[in-house]
Design a protein around this ligand. Structure first.
Ligand SMILES: [Mg+2]
Length: 297
């Protein structure tokens, strides 16, 4: 089988370095006709996969969720008639998505699953014209300048900050926006928002595995309204920590399509990477758009 193995050598503090030999041996035992491509810079996985997807029957990628995001974008934009299935060997530090898929944490075991599992269809998200695998989010704090894409990457980290409790209202920036889904219109000022297809975010915030399905054509939406005082601030923290079931400050629902209109451009993060900013965002669920090798259910 003509197989591409594309990996990010730097992911998870060069985690693959000590495992590459065993991983390649596992692939050799599976008799793949293998092409190995280490990525050298950001964006390279997208461009390589976009250009070459149709030449392969199978694509295996290793890296963090950001690397998987690139490979999925390349794949879905390749125009290939038959999209190759994907194998994923997680190597990043958080790997929310890999843990949602219950992929093995050991790289060797993940490689074995790639050679022995079955393709399972999962949804992806489409954010205007860019795909995301598990999260599109915005959320800003006045302490953060967003002068570089790296600042925006930290939005996920800032959710941890929300969970732990923000120390003062002055640290929060709220965005006025109109949000539409189905026949609903929500207006207000929001400090954080995310549209997800995952069971955890930042390794901290957990979604209910009984109600969240990764292949049902629906994405989970969470919006946090601007808190007016310290009491409301702690209410938000309690909700994020899971000690409070309901709060008027938190809107949580499912949607297959959602739009965000706002008066000023807001930087978004897609799978933990800078996703750009725009006044008008349309997010759609791309139902069962990707097939990832996993254990059979
Ligand atoms: Mg879903």
């Amino acid at each position: 089988m003509k197989t591409l193995f594309i990996y990010n050598p730097h992911a998870g503090m060069m985690q693959i370095k000590n495992h590459l030999y065993n991983i390649l041996n596992t692939f050799a035992a599976a008799d793949y006709d293998l092409t190995v491509v280490p990525t050298r810079k950001q964006g390279e996985a997208i461009s390589y996969v976009k250009k070459h997807a149709s030449e392969y029957e199978f694509i295996i990628c290793s890296g963090g969720d950001g690397t998987l995001n690139e490979v999925v974008n390349g794949l879905l934009k390749s125009g290939a008639e038959k999209l190759p299935d994907l194998g994923y060997i997680p190597a990043g530090s958080t790997n929310d998505y890999a843990s949602s898929l219950k992929l093995p944490k050991s790289m060797e075991k993940a490689a074995e699953l790639v050679t022995s599992g079955v393709p399972v269809a999962y949804d992806a998200g489409l954010f205007n014209t860019k795909y995301f695998v598990y999260i599109a989010a915005f959320g800003a704090f006045t302490k953060v300048s967003y002068s570089t894409p790296q600042d925006t990457k930290n939005i996920l980290g800032h959710m941890a900050y929300l969970v732990e409790g923000i120390k003062s209202l002055a640290e929060i920036k709220a965005y006025k926006m109109k949000v539409r889904y189905d026949d609903m219109l929500i207006e207000g000022k929001f400090i954080y928002g995310m549209v997800t297809n995952t069971l955890s975010v930042g390794g901290i915030y957990k979604l209910n595995p009984k109600t969240v399905k990764l292949d049902d054509g629906e994405l989970e939406v969470l919006l946090i309204r601007e808190p007016k005082d310290v009491k409301e601030l702690s209410e938000i923290s309690s909700y994020m920590l899971g000690t409070l079931d309901k709060s008027d400050l938190i809107l949580s629902f499912k949607a297959s399509k959602i739009t965000f209109e706002n008066s000023s451009n807001i930087p978004w993060t897609l799978d933990g990477e800078y996703g750009g900013d725009s006044n008008n965002i349309t997010i759609k669920c791309a139902n069962k758009a990707i097939r990832i090798i996993n254990k059979s259910n």
